[in-house]
Design a protein around this ligand. Structure first.
Ligand code: SF4
Length: 336
C-alpha cells in the first residue's frame, strides 16, 4: 500500500508536474494500481435539485445572479421527482447519485425536505452526495444523521487564484464547511476547476491545498472549465488561446491528484464532453477512476450514457459495482 502523506510541499508537487509526461503517467498509474482496481470506473449521476438564482459570484458559474447566462431560477424540486430521477440513474448503472442546489447555504426551512431526499435515495441502495453551499455544524449533523455519504464543496483553485474568481465567500469559509462535514462523519468530496486562466503554479497550489488537508477528500473532482457566455470567465476567455485547458496539462493535473491522494476517487467532471476519448483514456491511465454520466451536468451538456457506455467498452473498462458507501473513509482510517 502506498504511503499516505499530508505533508506534501508545493515544490514536490511542482516537481511532479514537471516530470517528463510518460514518467508522470507511469508513476500515477502505478499508484492507481496499488490502491484501486485499475480497470474499473465509478459512474455517478448529477442532478440539479434547485437551479439558478444563486447570490454567490463564482466567475465560472451560469447559475449565479451575477451572470447573464439566461439560466432561470427554480425552486427546490419536489422530493418525489428527485427520487424518480434517482431510480432512473440506478437503472442506468449509476453507483452514486449527486444532487446540487444553487444556494449560498441551505436555509433551515429547506432541511426537512433535504433530509427526506437523502433518506429516500439511500434506501434505493445508491450512494448519496449533496452540494448545497456552506453548512453550519448543525446542518452538517442533520445530513450526517440522515445518512448522507458525501458532501461536495470545492475549493476551486489555489488560494491565490481563488480570490480572482470569487469574492462573495473566502477559501477559509469553504475549508470551514469541509471541517463541519468531517465533524459530522460525512465523506468529503472536494476538487476544483482548471482552465480558468490560472497558471501552472496555481494548479500546483490547488492540488497542494487538497493534498495537505488533515485527511484527503475521499472524492476529488477535477473539472475543465466549460466557458459559458454571460459568465465572467466565459466572456473573458472566449476566443482566447486560454479558452481551453491544454489536454496534456489537464492529464498532468489528474496525475498529480492521483499521486498525492492515492486512496481518493479522482473524478473527471465538467469539461469531459469536449474532451477526446484519447484524452479521457490518458486521464484513466493517470488514475482518474470516476465520471459523471448522463446528458447534463447541472446546466452544462455532458457526454451522455450511450456515448460513455461505448467509450468504456472500447477502452475495456468496467463500471464499478456499488460498494459499501463509507469504504473510502475506512480505508483511509486503516492507512493512518
Ligand atoms: S458555483 Fe455554486 S455557489 Fe457559486 S454561483 Fe454557482 S451555484 Fe452559486
Amino acid at each position: 500500500m502506498t504511503e499516505i502523506r499530508t505533508d506534501w510541499t508545493r515544490d514536490e508537487i511542482a516537481a511532479l508536474f514537471a516530470l517528463p509526461f510518460t514518467d508522470l503517467l507511469f508513476q500515477a498509474a502505478s499508484v492507481h494500481r496499488e490502491n484501486h482496481a485499475a480497470g474499473e470506473v465509478q459512474l455517478c449521476t448529477l442532478l440539479s435539485i434547485k437551479t439558478g438564482g444563486c447570490p454567490e459570484d463564482c466567475g465560472y458559474c451560469s447559475q449565479s445572479v451575477h451572470a447573464d447566462s439566461g439560466v432561470k431560477a427554480t425552486k427546490l424540486m419536489d422530493v418525489r421527482a428527485v427520487l424518480q430521477s434517482a431510480a432512473q440513474a440506478k437503472d442506468n448503472g449509476s453507483q452514486r447519485f449527486c444532487m446540487g442546489a444553487a444556494w449560498r447555504n441551505p436555509k433551515d426551512r429547506d432541511m426537512p425536505a433535504i433530509v427526506e431526499i437523502v433518506k429516500g435515495v439511500r434506501a434505493m441502495g445508491l450512494e448519496t452526495c449533496m452540494t448545497l453551499g456552506m453548512l453550519t455544524p448543525k446542518q452538517a449533523d442533520m445530513l450526517g444523521e440522515a445518512g448522507l455519504d458525501y458532501y461536495n464543496h470545492n475549493i476551486d483553485s489555489s488560494p491565490e487564484y481563488y480570490e480572482r474568481v470569487i469574492s462573495t465567500r473566502t477559501m477559509d469559509e469553504r475549508l470551514e464547511t469541509l471541517d463541519h462535514v468531517r465533524g459530522a462523519g460525512i465523506n468529503v468530496c472536494s476538487g476544483g476547476i482548471v482552465g480558468m486562466g490560472e497558471t501552472r503554479e496555481d494548479r500546483v497550489g490547488f492540488i497542494h491545498t487538497l493534498a495537505t488537508l488533515e485527511r484527503h477528500p475521499e472524492s476529488v473532482p477535477v473539472n475543465a472549465l466549460v466557458p459559458v457566455k454571460g459568465t465572467v470567465l466565459g466572456d473573458m476567455l472566449a476566443d482566447t488561446p486560454m479558452a481551453k485547458i491544454d489536454d496534456i496539462e489537464f492529464v498532468r493535473t489528474v496525475a498529480a491528484a492521483r499521486i498525492t491522494m492515492p486512496l481518493s476517487m479522482v473524478r473527471l467532471s465538467a469539461g469531459r464532453e469536449s474532451m477526446s476519448e484519447a484524452t479521457q483514456a490518458l486521464c484513466f491511465t493517470a488514475g482518474a477512476n470516476s465520471i459523471f454520466t448522463g446528458d447534463k451536468l447541472l446546466t452544462a451538456a455532458n457526454a451522455g450514457d450511450d456515448a460513455d457506455a461505448a467509450m468504456l467498452q472500447r477502452l475495456g473498462l468496467k463500471a464499478m459495482v456499488a460498494q459499501e458507501p463509507m469504504r473510502a473513509c475506512k480505508a483511509m482510517e486503516a492507512a493512518e
